[in-house]
Ligand binder design. Structure first.
Ligand SMILES: *Cc1c(COP(=O)(O)O)cnc(C)c1O
Length: 362
Protein backbone atom coordinates (compact mmCIF):
# COMPACT_ATOMS: atom_id res chain seq x y z
CA UNK A 1 0.00 0.00 0.00
CA UNK A 2 1.55 3.31 -1.00
CA UNK A 3 0.45 6.14 1.18
CA UNK A 4 -0.29 9.40 -0.61
CA UNK A 5 0.64 12.49 1.39
CA UNK A 6 -0.27 15.34 -0.92
CA UNK A 7 -3.66 16.82 -1.70
CA UNK A 8 -3.72 17.57 -5.46
CA UNK A 9 -5.94 20.52 -6.32
CA UNK A 10 -8.94 19.95 -8.54
CA UNK A 11 -10.26 23.51 -8.94
CA UNK A 12 -13.93 24.33 -9.15
CA UNK A 13 -15.31 25.22 -12.59
CA UNK A 14 -17.43 27.99 -11.06
CA UNK A 15 -15.41 30.01 -8.53
CA UNK A 16 -17.21 32.70 -6.54
CA UNK A 17 -16.80 36.03 -8.42
CA UNK A 18 -14.27 38.34 -6.75
CA UNK A 19 -16.86 41.06 -5.98
CA UNK A 20 -19.27 38.54 -4.41
CA UNK A 21 -16.48 37.13 -2.28
CA UNK A 22 -15.45 40.63 -1.15
CA UNK A 23 -19.03 41.42 -0.21
CA UNK A 24 -19.41 38.21 1.83
CA UNK A 25 -16.21 38.94 3.72
CA UNK A 26 -17.23 42.43 4.91
CA UNK A 27 -19.12 41.07 7.92
CA UNK A 28 -18.71 37.29 7.77
CA UNK A 29 -19.84 36.49 11.31
CA UNK A 30 -19.02 32.92 12.31
CA UNK A 31 -19.53 29.72 10.35
CA UNK A 32 -21.79 30.82 7.54
CA UNK A 33 -19.42 31.99 4.76
CA UNK A 34 -17.77 28.98 3.12
CA UNK A 35 -15.02 28.98 0.52
CA UNK A 36 -15.10 27.24 -2.86
CA UNK A 37 -12.97 24.19 -2.02
CA UNK A 38 -12.56 21.55 0.65
CA UNK A 39 -9.98 18.90 1.44
CA UNK A 40 -11.17 15.31 1.20
CA UNK A 41 -9.76 11.81 1.73
CA UNK A 42 -11.30 8.35 1.93
CA UNK A 43 -10.48 5.37 4.11
CA UNK A 44 -11.09 1.66 4.07
CA UNK A 45 -9.07 -1.13 5.61
CA UNK A 46 -7.81 -2.49 2.27
CA UNK A 47 -6.61 0.82 0.81
CA UNK A 48 -5.91 2.89 3.92
CA UNK A 49 -6.20 6.64 3.35
CA UNK A 50 -6.61 7.28 -0.38
CA UNK A 51 -8.04 9.65 -3.01
CA UNK A 52 -6.67 12.75 -1.29
CA UNK A 53 -7.71 16.01 -2.94
CA UNK A 54 -8.49 19.68 -2.62
CA UNK A 55 -11.82 19.49 -4.43
CA UNK A 56 -14.75 21.79 -5.16
CA UNK A 57 -16.97 22.19 -2.07
CA UNK A 58 -20.28 20.59 -2.99
CA UNK A 59 -23.10 18.58 -1.40
CA UNK A 60 -22.28 14.99 -0.46
CA UNK A 61 -24.20 12.06 -1.80
CA UNK A 62 -24.43 9.40 0.89
CA UNK A 63 -26.56 6.31 1.28
CA UNK A 64 -29.45 6.91 3.75
CA UNK A 65 -28.13 3.89 5.68
CA UNK A 66 -24.76 5.66 6.09
CA UNK A 67 -23.54 4.80 9.62
CA UNK A 68 -22.91 8.38 10.77
CA UNK A 69 -26.57 9.28 10.18
CA UNK A 70 -27.73 6.59 12.61
CA UNK A 71 -25.03 6.07 15.23
CA UNK A 72 -23.18 9.40 15.17
CA UNK A 73 -19.72 7.94 14.57
CA UNK A 74 -18.18 11.35 13.86
CA UNK A 75 -15.33 13.50 15.16
CA UNK A 76 -14.19 17.01 14.32
CA UNK A 77 -11.63 19.73 14.93
CA UNK A 78 -11.52 23.51 14.75
CA UNK A 79 -8.50 25.72 14.08
CA UNK A 80 -7.74 29.03 12.43
CA UNK A 81 -5.36 30.43 9.83
CA UNK A 82 -4.42 34.07 10.47
CA UNK A 83 -2.83 36.78 8.41
CA UNK A 84 0.39 37.74 10.12
CA UNK A 85 1.98 41.15 10.62
CA UNK A 86 4.70 40.35 8.04
CA UNK A 87 2.09 39.83 5.32
CA UNK A 88 2.19 36.05 5.55
CA UNK A 89 -0.31 33.46 6.71
CA UNK A 90 0.02 31.02 9.60
CA UNK A 91 -1.90 28.19 11.18
CA UNK A 92 -1.92 28.08 14.98
CA UNK A 93 -0.62 24.79 16.48
CA UNK A 94 -2.12 22.50 13.80
CA UNK A 95 -0.11 19.50 15.05
CA UNK A 96 -1.90 19.82 18.41
CA UNK A 97 -5.24 19.55 16.59
CA UNK A 98 -3.85 16.58 14.62
CA UNK A 99 -2.94 14.73 17.80
CA UNK A 100 -6.28 15.49 19.42
CA UNK A 101 -8.04 14.27 16.26
CA UNK A 102 -6.14 10.98 16.60
CA UNK A 103 -7.19 10.67 20.24
CA UNK A 104 -10.82 11.38 19.34
CA UNK A 105 -10.62 8.75 16.57
CA UNK A 106 -9.40 6.11 19.03
CA UNK A 107 -12.27 6.84 21.42
CA UNK A 108 -14.87 6.62 18.63
CA UNK A 109 -13.31 3.40 17.21
CA UNK A 110 -12.33 5.21 13.99
CA UNK A 111 -9.08 4.96 12.02
CA UNK A 112 -6.39 7.46 13.01
CA UNK A 113 -5.49 10.02 10.38
CA UNK A 114 -1.68 10.36 10.48
CA UNK A 115 -0.52 13.71 11.85
CA UNK A 116 1.27 14.62 8.57
CA UNK A 117 -1.91 14.06 6.56
CA UNK A 118 -3.98 16.18 8.93
CA UNK A 119 -1.51 19.06 8.90
CA UNK A 120 -0.94 18.82 5.14
CA UNK A 121 -4.70 18.84 4.44
CA UNK A 122 -5.01 22.07 6.44
CA UNK A 123 -1.98 23.70 4.82
CA UNK A 124 -3.10 22.74 1.31
CA UNK A 125 -6.60 24.06 1.89
CA UNK A 126 -5.36 27.37 3.32
CA UNK A 127 -3.02 27.81 0.34
CA UNK A 128 -5.94 27.12 -1.99
CA UNK A 129 -8.35 29.47 -0.17
CA UNK A 130 -5.94 32.18 0.93
CA UNK A 131 -7.99 34.97 -0.68
CA UNK A 132 -10.85 34.15 1.70
CA UNK A 133 -9.12 35.45 4.85
CA UNK A 134 -11.05 38.64 5.74
CA UNK A 135 -9.11 41.81 6.51
CA UNK A 136 -11.61 42.85 9.19
CA UNK A 137 -10.69 42.95 12.88
CA UNK A 138 -10.46 39.38 14.17
CA UNK A 139 -10.64 38.07 10.60
CA UNK A 140 -9.41 34.52 10.04
CA UNK A 141 -10.00 31.40 8.01
CA UNK A 142 -11.66 28.90 10.35
CA UNK A 143 -10.90 25.31 9.37
CA UNK A 144 -13.26 22.49 10.25
CA UNK A 145 -11.62 19.09 9.78
CA UNK A 146 -14.04 16.20 10.40
CA UNK A 147 -14.42 12.50 9.79
CA UNK A 148 -17.63 10.54 9.24
CA UNK A 149 -18.45 6.82 9.17
CA UNK A 150 -19.68 6.17 5.64
CA UNK A 151 -20.51 2.47 5.48
CA UNK A 152 -24.15 1.74 4.50
CA UNK A 153 -25.05 -0.76 7.22
CA UNK A 154 -27.54 -0.64 10.10
CA UNK A 155 -25.73 -3.15 12.30
CA UNK A 156 -24.01 -1.56 15.30
CA UNK A 157 -20.24 -1.83 14.86
CA UNK A 158 -17.40 0.45 13.84
CA UNK A 159 -17.88 1.38 10.18
CA UNK A 160 -15.64 -0.18 7.53
CA UNK A 161 -15.41 3.07 5.52
CA UNK A 162 -14.76 6.69 6.41
CA UNK A 163 -14.58 10.10 4.75
CA UNK A 164 -12.32 12.84 6.08
CA UNK A 165 -12.98 16.41 4.98
CA UNK A 166 -11.84 19.93 5.85
CA UNK A 167 -14.10 22.93 5.30
CA UNK A 168 -12.82 26.50 5.31
CA UNK A 169 -14.98 29.37 6.51
CA UNK A 170 -14.23 33.11 6.50
CA UNK A 171 -14.87 34.43 10.00
CA UNK A 172 -14.76 37.82 11.71
CA UNK A 173 -14.47 38.72 15.37
CA UNK A 174 -16.90 36.57 17.35
CA UNK A 175 -18.01 39.69 19.21
CA UNK A 176 -17.95 42.96 17.33
CA UNK A 177 -16.30 45.86 19.11
CA UNK A 178 -14.40 43.60 21.49
CA UNK A 179 -15.60 40.81 23.72
CA UNK A 180 -18.59 41.56 25.89
CA UNK A 181 -19.12 39.63 29.09
CA UNK A 182 -21.61 36.78 28.83
CA UNK A 183 -24.06 35.43 31.38
CA UNK A 184 -23.92 31.70 31.81
CA UNK A 185 -26.41 29.15 33.09
CA UNK A 186 -24.98 26.56 35.47
CA UNK A 187 -26.97 23.45 34.62
CA UNK A 188 -27.75 21.48 37.77
CA UNK A 189 -30.03 19.22 35.77
CA UNK A 190 -28.17 18.10 32.65
CA UNK A 191 -24.57 16.89 32.48
CA UNK A 192 -22.27 16.90 29.45
CA UNK A 193 -19.89 14.03 30.07
CA UNK A 194 -19.53 11.12 32.46
CA UNK A 195 -16.37 9.24 33.55
CA UNK A 196 -15.55 6.63 30.93
CA UNK A 197 -17.65 8.45 28.35
CA UNK A 198 -16.71 10.61 25.37
CA UNK A 199 -16.26 14.00 27.08
CA UNK A 200 -12.56 14.22 26.21
CA UNK A 201 -13.21 13.40 22.54
CA UNK A 202 -14.25 16.14 20.12
CA UNK A 203 -17.30 14.41 18.69
CA UNK A 204 -20.60 15.71 17.39
CA UNK A 205 -22.50 13.49 19.83
CA UNK A 206 -21.27 15.53 22.79
CA UNK A 207 -22.67 18.64 21.17
CA UNK A 208 -26.01 16.97 20.38
CA UNK A 209 -26.27 16.02 24.05
CA UNK A 210 -25.52 19.60 25.16
CA UNK A 211 -28.22 21.31 23.09
CA UNK A 212 -31.15 20.83 25.50
CA UNK A 213 -29.05 22.41 28.27
CA UNK A 214 -28.02 25.23 25.91
CA UNK A 215 -31.68 25.79 24.99
CA UNK A 216 -32.52 25.88 28.71
CA UNK A 217 -29.78 28.50 29.21
CA UNK A 218 -31.42 30.70 26.56
CA UNK A 219 -34.84 30.41 28.23
CA UNK A 220 -33.16 31.54 31.49
CA UNK A 221 -31.84 34.65 29.73
CA UNK A 222 -28.27 33.30 29.53
CA UNK A 223 -25.87 33.11 26.59
CA UNK A 224 -24.16 29.80 27.32
CA UNK A 225 -24.36 26.81 29.63
CA UNK A 226 -21.64 25.65 32.05
CA UNK A 227 -21.72 22.00 33.11
CA UNK A 228 -21.03 20.45 36.50
CA UNK A 229 -19.36 17.06 36.98
CA UNK A 230 -21.67 14.10 36.48
CA UNK A 231 -20.71 12.27 39.69
CA UNK A 232 -21.13 14.81 42.50
CA UNK A 233 -22.86 17.54 40.49
CA UNK A 234 -20.70 20.07 42.31
CA UNK A 235 -17.55 20.82 40.38
CA UNK A 236 -17.35 23.13 37.38
CA UNK A 237 -16.23 21.32 34.24
CA UNK A 238 -16.60 23.45 31.10
CA UNK A 239 -19.04 25.14 28.77
CA UNK A 240 -20.63 23.24 25.85
CA UNK A 241 -17.64 24.08 23.66
CA UNK A 242 -15.24 26.18 25.72
CA UNK A 243 -12.97 25.63 28.73
CA UNK A 244 -13.23 27.90 31.76
CA UNK A 245 -10.76 29.88 33.91
CA UNK A 246 -11.10 31.69 37.25
CA UNK A 247 -9.04 34.75 38.31
CA UNK A 248 -8.35 35.51 41.98
CA UNK A 249 -7.52 38.67 43.92
CA UNK A 250 -3.94 37.48 44.55
CA UNK A 251 -3.37 37.53 40.77
CA UNK A 252 -3.41 33.75 40.37
CA UNK A 253 -5.65 31.88 37.95
CA UNK A 254 -7.17 28.39 38.04
CA UNK A 255 -8.87 26.02 35.63
CA UNK A 256 -10.43 22.58 36.14
CA UNK A 257 -7.87 19.77 35.67
CA UNK A 258 -8.09 17.68 32.50
CA UNK A 259 -9.86 14.35 32.86
CA UNK A 260 -11.87 12.08 30.61
CA UNK A 261 -14.85 14.42 31.06
CA UNK A 262 -13.11 17.62 29.91
CA UNK A 263 -11.99 18.47 26.39
CA UNK A 264 -8.29 19.40 26.32
CA UNK A 265 -8.63 22.79 24.66
CA UNK A 266 -5.62 24.10 22.75
CA UNK A 267 -6.63 27.65 23.74
CA UNK A 268 -6.69 26.46 27.39
CA UNK A 269 -3.21 24.98 27.05
CA UNK A 270 -1.89 28.09 25.28
CA UNK A 271 -3.31 30.47 27.90
CA UNK A 272 -1.77 28.42 30.72
CA UNK A 273 1.63 28.74 29.03
CA UNK A 274 1.22 32.47 28.27
CA UNK A 275 0.10 33.15 31.85
CA UNK A 276 3.09 31.28 33.27
CA UNK A 277 5.40 33.17 30.85
CA UNK A 278 4.08 36.33 32.51
CA UNK A 279 4.75 35.06 36.02
CA UNK A 280 1.09 34.40 36.77
CA UNK A 281 0.54 31.38 39.07
CA UNK A 282 -1.76 28.87 37.35
CA UNK A 283 -3.44 26.03 39.22
CA UNK A 284 -5.30 23.14 37.64
CA UNK A 285 -7.73 22.27 40.37
CA UNK A 286 -11.35 21.36 40.95
CA UNK A 287 -13.62 24.27 41.83
CA UNK A 288 -17.20 23.90 42.95
CA UNK A 289 -20.20 26.02 42.00
CA UNK A 290 -20.75 26.81 45.71
CA UNK A 291 -17.15 27.96 46.13
CA UNK A 292 -17.41 30.05 42.97
CA UNK A 293 -20.51 31.79 44.34
CA UNK A 294 -18.88 32.36 47.75
CA UNK A 295 -15.64 33.69 46.23
CA UNK A 296 -17.55 36.02 43.88
CA UNK A 297 -19.46 37.38 46.89
CA UNK A 298 -16.36 37.85 49.06
CA UNK A 299 -14.33 39.43 46.27
CA UNK A 300 -11.67 36.69 46.37
CA UNK A 301 -12.71 35.86 42.79
CA UNK A 302 -12.29 38.87 40.53
CA UNK A 303 -12.87 37.49 37.02
CA UNK A 304 -13.89 34.38 35.12
CA UNK A 305 -13.63 33.63 31.43
CA UNK A 306 -14.29 30.95 28.87
CA UNK A 307 -11.87 30.12 26.04
CA UNK A 308 -11.81 28.31 22.73
CA UNK A 309 -10.62 28.74 19.15
CA UNK A 310 -13.80 30.35 17.83
CA UNK A 311 -14.28 33.16 20.39
CA UNK A 312 -10.70 33.12 21.84
CA UNK A 313 -11.43 34.53 25.34
CA UNK A 314 -14.94 35.38 26.50
CA UNK A 315 -15.39 37.11 29.88
CA UNK A 316 -18.11 35.69 32.13
CA UNK A 317 -19.97 38.54 33.83
CA UNK A 318 -22.63 36.65 35.74
CA UNK A 319 -23.80 33.13 36.54
CA UNK A 320 -27.38 32.00 36.96
CA UNK A 321 -28.37 28.73 38.61
CA UNK A 322 -31.36 27.18 40.33
CA UNK A 323 -29.34 27.35 43.55
CA UNK A 324 -28.79 31.12 43.20
CA UNK A 325 -27.44 33.75 40.81
CA UNK A 326 -24.27 35.80 41.23
CA UNK A 327 -22.25 38.53 39.50
CA UNK A 328 -18.49 38.33 38.94
CA UNK A 329 -16.39 41.41 39.66
CA UNK A 330 -17.83 44.42 37.83
CA UNK A 331 -19.92 42.13 35.61
CA UNK A 332 -17.86 43.22 32.61
CA UNK A 333 -14.54 42.17 31.03
CA UNK A 334 -11.71 42.09 33.59
CA UNK A 335 -8.05 43.10 33.32
CA UNK A 336 -6.53 39.63 33.32
CA UNK A 337 -8.85 38.16 30.72
CA UNK A 338 -8.38 41.23 28.51
CA UNK A 339 -4.57 41.04 28.83
CA UNK A 340 -4.37 37.30 28.19
CA UNK A 341 -6.65 37.62 25.19
CA UNK A 342 -4.53 40.43 23.75
CA UNK A 343 -1.33 38.42 24.31
CA UNK A 344 -2.73 35.36 22.55
CA UNK A 345 -4.13 37.32 19.60
CA UNK A 346 -0.82 39.21 19.21
CA UNK A 347 1.06 35.93 19.07
CA UNK A 348 -1.41 34.33 16.64
CA UNK A 349 -1.24 37.27 14.26
CA UNK A 350 2.54 37.50 14.40
CA UNK A 351 2.71 40.90 16.08
CA UNK A 352 4.33 39.42 19.21
CA UNK A 353 7.22 36.93 19.46
CA UNK A 354 6.40 33.22 19.30
CA UNK A 355 8.69 31.69 21.96
CA UNK A 356 6.85 28.36 21.95
CA UNK A 357 7.01 27.87 18.16
CA UNK A 358 3.23 27.70 17.84
CA UNK A 359 2.88 29.40 14.44
CA UNK A 360 2.97 27.16 11.39
CA UNK A 361 3.89 29.67 8.68
CA UNK A 362 2.73 28.82 5.17
C1 LIG B 1 -13.29 22.43 20.96
C2 LIG B 1 -13.72 22.46 22.38
C3 LIG B 1 -13.11 23.28 23.33
C4 LIG B 1 -12.05 24.30 22.99
O1 LIG B 1 -10.92 23.74 22.38
P1 LIG B 1 -9.91 24.67 21.58
O2 LIG B 1 -8.87 23.72 21.11
O3 LIG B 1 -9.39 25.66 22.54
O4 LIG B 1 -10.69 25.31 20.49
C5 LIG B 1 -13.52 23.20 24.64
N1 LIG B 1 -14.50 22.35 25.01
C6 LIG B 1 -15.13 21.56 24.12
C7 LIG B 1 -16.20 20.65 24.60
C8 LIG B 1 -14.77 21.58 22.79
O5 LIG B 1 -15.39 20.80 21.92
Amino acid sequence: MTIATTFPRNPTASPTPVDVRAERMVDPGFGRVFTDHMAIAHYNAADGWHDLAIAPRQPLTVDPACAVLHYAQEIFEGLKAYRTADGGTALFRPEANARRFMASARRLAMPELPEELFVESCRALVRSEIDWIPDCDGGALYLRPFMIASEAFLGVKPSSDYIYMVLASSVGAYFKGGPKAVTIWASENYTRAAPGGTGAAKCGGNYAASLAAQAEAITKGCDQVVFLDAVERRYIEELGGMNVFFVFDDGSIATPPLSDTILAGITRDSLIALARDRGIAVREERYSLDQWRADAASGRLTEAFACGTAAVVTPIGAVKATSGDFTIGSGGPGQTSTALRAALVALQTGSAPDPHGWLDKL
